[in-house]
Design a protein around this ligand. Structure first.
Ligand SMILES: Cc1ncc(COP(=O)(O)O)c(C=O)c1O
Length: 429
C-alpha cells in the first residue's frame, strides 16, 4: 500500500476510538470543526479517568501506599509529556491548570529579575495567553516591543533583527497561529534570539495538536501546552529547558529550577486529569501501532533514532501532520468554489507552512450570522478573533477583526469536508 492510502486508513479508522464523534444534536449529526479550541477525547482517556477515581483517588503527601502509587503515576505522566515533546526527561515538565496560567507563571518569575528599561519581545501573531502576561510587566517600566506581521500574517524577520538590537531578555512567541494555522520557524527564531542573549518562551498549544514537536531541536527555553487540545482532559503542562538555565545567571528563578520544573506545580494538581492525559498518550501509541499495521514505517522518518516512547507518541503526530496535508489540500480546493472568499494565512502553495486551520470571511455575509446558520445545520465552528486579537484586527479589519474558523485535526475526513461545503453552499444560496 502506498503512504497516501496508509495514512487515510490509519486516520479514518482513528474515529472508532472517539465515542463523541458521530454523535447527534437536535436531529443533526454533529460536524465538529472547532478543534483549535479543544479536541475530542478517546475512550482511552475516559477509561483512564474512571480507573483513577476507582483505584487511586488520594492526595499527595501522606504515608499510605495508594498515595505513593498515585504520585508515581504523576511522574510517569510527566515522562510521557517529555517523550511527546522531546524533553530530556520528566524533570523538565510540570502539570498545571492550562497554558495561559503557565505564561503568567513565566512572566511572574522571569519578570522578577528584569529591571526598568530592559526589553522583551511579544508578537502581533500570538494568542493573548502569551501576550497579556508580558504586557503586565510594562506596568513596571519594562519595554515590551511588538514583533509585527505583514499583510499575509507572516512574522516580519527584518523587523525582528532590528528589535533584537535592543538585546531583549525574553522573546515570547507562538509555534503556530491558532487563527491562520501558519507554522512559525521556531528554530530560526530561537537561534536569532539566543545570539542576542534572549530566552525564548514558546506557545506550543496549537502546534502540539497537529505535528511532532522537538523542543530540543527547536531550541526553546520555556514552553506551555494545553492537554485538552492534544486529545486529553482540560489542563496544561509546561516545559523548562534545564540545559539553558545557565543563561539565567544571577536570576532567582535559576536557583528555584535547578532540580526540576516541578517548582511550577503549585498546590494540589488535577490527578484525574493527569491520568486522563496518560490515556491520550496511550491513544497516540495505539495510532502509531495502527499506522505500522498499515505499512507506515517510523524508521524511515526523522524520529528513527528517538527513544521508543517518543517514537510512539510523537510518531503518531508525525503521521497526523502528513495526513492533515491531504485534508488541507481538499479543503482549500473546495474553498475556491465559493465566491467572495477572503482567506487569512497560507494558500495551497505553502502547505508545508500551515495546519488545517482555516479562517475566512465571505464578502457580503456577516461572520456571526454564518456561524449561527452553520450551528443550526450541525456544524460546530468558531467565529470571532479566537483571542488572536491583534492578528485578526490586522488581517480582517474590514470584517471587524472577526472571521469564521474551521479547524480540523487528524480524525476529520475528506467526506466531512464535503458535507461542510454542501451545508455552506446551501446557507449562502
Ligand atoms: C495558541 C493558543 N495559545 C494559548 C491558548 C490558551 O490555552 P489554555 O486554554 O490552555 O490556557 C490557546 C487556546 O485556544 C491557543 O489557541
Amino acid at each position: 500500500m502506498n503512504n497516501v492510502l496508509a495514512l487515510q486508513q490509519t486516520f479514518v479508522e482513528s474515529r472508532k476510538y472517539f465515542p463523541s464523534l458521530g454523535d447527534t444534536y437536535e436531529g443533526h449529526e454533529i460536524l465538529f470543526m472547532d478543534n483549535s479550541a479543544g479536541a475530542q477525547v478517546s475512550q482511552f482517556v475516559i477509561d483512564r479517568v474512571r480507573d483513577y477515581y476507582i483505584h487511586r483517588n488520594a492526595q499527595k503527601g501522606t504515608i499510605f501506599k495508594r498515595t505513593s502509587e498515585m504520585q508515581a503515576r504523576i511522574v510517569e505522566a510527566r515522562q510521557m509529556a517529555a517523550d511527546f515533546i522531546g524533553a530530556a526527561d520528566h524533570t523538565e515538565i510540570a502539570f498545571g491548570l492550562n497554558a495561559t496560567s503557565f505564561f503568567h507563571h513565566f512572566a511572574h518569575h522571569l519578570g522578577r529579575d528584569l529591571k526598568t528599561g530592559d526589553h522583551i519581545i511579544i508578537t502581533e501573531a500570538d494568542h493573548h495567553a502569551n501576550v497579556d502576561p508580558w504586557l503586565e510587566l510594562a506596568e513596571r517600566g519594562i519595554q515590551v516591543d511588538v514583533w509585527n506581521v505583514n499583510a499575509n500574517g507572516d512574522l516580519d524577520y527584518h523587523q525582528y533583527e532590528t528589535l533584537l538590537l535592543n538585546k531583549p531578555k525574553i522573546v515570547a512567541v507562538g509555534w503556530a497561529s491558532n487563527a491562520t494555522g501558519t507554522i512559525h520557524h521556531m528554530e530560526r527564531i530561537t537561534k536569532m534570539a539566543h545570539a542576542a542573549g534572549a530566552l525564548v518562551v514558546a506557545d506550543g498549544v496549537q502546534a502540539a495538536s497537529h505535528m511532532a514537536l522537538d523542543v530540543k531541536k527547536a531550541g526553546v527555553d520555556f514552553a506551555a501546552f494545553s492537554t485538552y487540545k492534544i486529545f486529553g482532559p482540560h489542563m496544561g503542562f509546561c516545559y523548562v529547558n534545564r540545559e539553558n538555565l545557565a543563561r539565567l545567571d544571577g536570576w532567582r528563578i535559576q536557583k528555584e529550577l535547578t532540580d526540576s520544573a516541578y517548582f511550577f506545580e503549585v498546590g494540589s494538581q488535577n490527578h484525574e486529569g493527569i491520568e486522563g492525559f496518560m490515556g491520550s498518550m496511550t491513544y497516540l501509541a495505539q495510532l502509531s501501532a495502527d499506522a505500522a499495521g498499515h505499512g507506515l514505517v517510523i524508521e524511515t522518518t526523522p524520529l528513527r533514532d528517538c527513544r521508543q516512547a517518543r517514537k510512539e507518541f510523537s510518531g503518531a503526530m508525525y503521521w497526523a501532520h502528513l495526513y492533515e496535508r491531504q485534508l488541507s489540500v481538499h479543503f482549500l480546493e473546495r474553498l475556491q468554489e465559493i465566491d467572495g472568499v477572503v482567506l487569512y494565512g497560507k494558500t495551497g502553495e505553502h502547505l508545508d507552512e500551515r495546519l488545517p486551520v482555516f479562517s475566512f470571511n465571505i464578502t457580503g455575509f456577516e461572520t456571526d450570522e454564518l456561524g449561527m446558520a452553520l450551528d443550526a445545520a450541525g456544524v460546530e465552528a468558531r467565529t470571532g478573533n479566537y483571542l488572536a486579537i491583534n492578528l485578526m484586527k490586522r488581517l480582517a479589519d474590514e470584517f471587524g477583526g472577526s472571521a469564521l474558523r474551521i479547524s480540523l485535526v487528524h480524525y476529520n475526513t475528506v467526506e466531512e469536508i464535503d458535507r461542510f461545503f454542501e451545508i455552506l453552499k446551501k446557507i449562502i444560496a
